[in-house]
Ligand binder design. Sequence first.
Ligand SMILES: *[C@@H]1O[C@H](CO)[C@@H](O)[C@H](O)[C@H]1NC(C)=O
Ligand SMILES: *[C@@H]1O[C@H](CO)[C@@H](O)[C@H](O)[C@H]1NC(C)=O
Ligand SMILES: *[C@@H]1O[C@H](CO)[C@@H](O)[C@H](O)[C@H]1NC(C)=O
Ligand SMILES: *[C@@H]1O[C@H](CO)[C@@H](O)[C@H](O)[C@H]1NC(C)=O
Ligand SMILES: *[C@@H]1O[C@H](CO)[C@@H](O)[C@H](O)[C@H]1NC(C)=O
Ligand SMILES: *[C@@H]1O[C@H](CO)[C@@H](O)[C@H](O)[C@H]1NC(C)=O
Length: 604
Amino acid sequence: MRSRTHFCSLLFLLLAASPSPGRADDYGLDEEAATPPAAENCDGIFLTYTFLRRSKEYPHVKNASAQAWAFESVATLLNTGRQDLQGWNLFIGFQHGEILVSASGAVLTEGPEFPAHTDLKNSIDTAGDINQIQIEVQLKGTQFGLRDPALPMPRTLKLLNDGYLCPKPTRHGSVMYLCCSRDPKFKANKMAATKFLPRRAGDLTIAYDVLQAFEGKYLAQVTLDNWNPLGRLDNWNLTWEWKRGEFIYSMKGAYTHLKDASSCIYGEASTFYQSLDFAAVLNCQRRPVIADLPQNAPKPSSSSSSSRSPGHEPHSSLPPTELEDRRRPQPRLPLRAAAKGQPHGVPGPFGLDAVSTAVASWQVVCNITRPKAKASRCCVSFSAYYNDSVVPCGTCACGCADGLVCDADAPPLLLPSEALLVPFNNRTAKAKAWASIKHRPVPNPLPCGDFCGVSINWHIYSNYRNGWTARITIFNWEGYTFKDWFAAVQLRRAFQGYERVYSFNGTKLPELHNTLFFEGLPGLNYLMPLSEDKDQSGGSRVPGKQQSVISFTKKLTPGIDIEAGDGFPSRVYFNGEECALPTDIPRADAGRAIAASLSWFRSR
Ligand SMILES: *[C@@H]1O[C@H](CO)[C@@H](O)[C@H](O)[C@H]1NC(C)=O
Ligand SMILES: *[C@@H]1O[C@H](CO)[C@@H](O)[C@H](O)[C@H]1NC(C)=O
Ligand SMILES: *[C@@H]1O[C@H](CO)[C@@H](O)[C@H](O)[C@H]1NC(C)=O
Ligand SMILES: *[C@@H]1O[C@H](CO)[C@@H](O)[C@H](O)[C@H]1NC(C)=O
Ligand SMILES: *[C@@H]1O[C@H](CO)[C@@H](O)[C@H](O)[C@H]1NC(C)=O
Ligand SMILES: *[C@@H]1O[C@H](CO)[C@@H](O)[C@H](O)[C@H]1NC(C)=O
């Protein structure tokens, strides 16, 4: 089975610039929320939510329900049970339009839910050490409505961890509490037994693992895993925002575009780390941009960290809470908020065999999105033996600049097949001449070109009783080479009949339905750039090209109607990007035209 999972890993040594991150400023609230006596009778996890205070925010308005208030409250989790609670996950069901501004000691995920920053130990193993069995989360935010002296309490409070049953909370004035007990019927799955939760599923996962923490510094590893066989992970840019004044002292496996310590030297960090040689600091940006090593740079072995026994967890809020992927020209991946996972196995210092446990981990999952109209990075043209016109790539398939003297919305003009060999901006004369031969109207202004750096032609080459063939040609109009290129096509109707591809290495992708995967055979894994040389007629520059014929049998796809369009792909990918398909297909003849286009659209 094919496994195209890419793995990248980089290591940081980070220093946090604020003197005692997360302690003085966040835990210094004068009121301690007293534990209600009900905790005495709790065998499980005792949760409380205490509203502390609020004050009117500007603007002060007459309409009481529109008034904004700044509020402070505190939530606690106290482990009164016999077992540790790993990776606590608290849900606070707010109901007054609350917007949380900060939550110390916790990471906000989507919605008002707080994945843990530590595990909650049990009382027995810690001799009742309150610091290990209790978590306090200080909340600050804005809330709307409710006249004084009403108390803006949440609607509900509960523990989201598996294996616990939570009753409705009890409310006394500004305090709300409940005791979640273990569900005797709950069976821990196998993963729970190994202590590690699985990483969340998605096309790309980005994990941030703290491997070692020392006084004032920690070692973190960021791992990017590409799980989608059609995804591609190179030339990535990754960025996040440090929330606690961390800066990157050193890094392996990736680089930052900017190596600059000046904002440390003139900032808080230099006061705190007075003896540090800032000349050696790699990057002090609040939003560093971490980039993939250039392709020819020697990559370090998958991990070169030393991950010895985990130290104490640093109290700084480690997670870069706003991870953002700035890869381009890669698939677009919308991100979700960073979520804390269980500490999990990370590759040890000697490669992938030895697995050690991270002190703390955060995870971001990204899924590939489909390209928006006129924003693809590659496009497809269709042609067939039964029609001498090529249906070219869509107008502005890869976007059009403003102010062009052409029509960005008109459908493209049909082309003679030789026009596919010249750059789209040199096709005008050929397209016009072809229209005149075919007695087709030529609009004024003309439709714009496709503006794609890569285009793929899918040509129905032959069709006979027992089988048929297609020819795929990939054109590179860019000035650079694609090394290790790959392409994929989804064939809804025709997939089952796939026999072989002649000049590429083709495989069926078992994990994706009806998708064929193509890559270059050894030695043919380069898609060359647009050449400097002109073609024989002395006109245009010649694109880089890769071409192969693909054969299909009809035995497994009885009733397949090639001339009605069943042989055209429903999706095409190049190097992890989904390409724009034309909106029409070559039709066999006027009589069959309607049937053909109907079946085409039905199949999409
Ligand atoms: C008061 O504010 C609320 C929330 O913004 C709004 O729905 C309501 O219509 C307002 N009432 C009046 C009388 O303006
Ligand atoms: C991403 O896709 C996977 C599997 O297709 C799905 O389980 C997961 O919920 C998706 N995640 C996000 C963040 O959309
Ligand atoms: C990565 O970021 C750098 C600096 O912002 C930028 O110059 C570069 O074009 C980006 N690379 C990609 C592939 O987007
Ligand atoms: C084709 O690709 C598969 C999967 O990557 C590989 O196992 C196989 O050796 C390749 N075949 C050739 C002829 O290169
Ligand atoms: C092709 O188009 C380019 C860019 O518009 C132009 O510079 C070049 O002269 C054209 N070549 C021909 C043969 O028309
Ligand atoms: C070829 O296909 C195009 C696009 O569907 C269609 O407009 C044209 O009429 C066809 N030509 C012939 C000769 O059938």
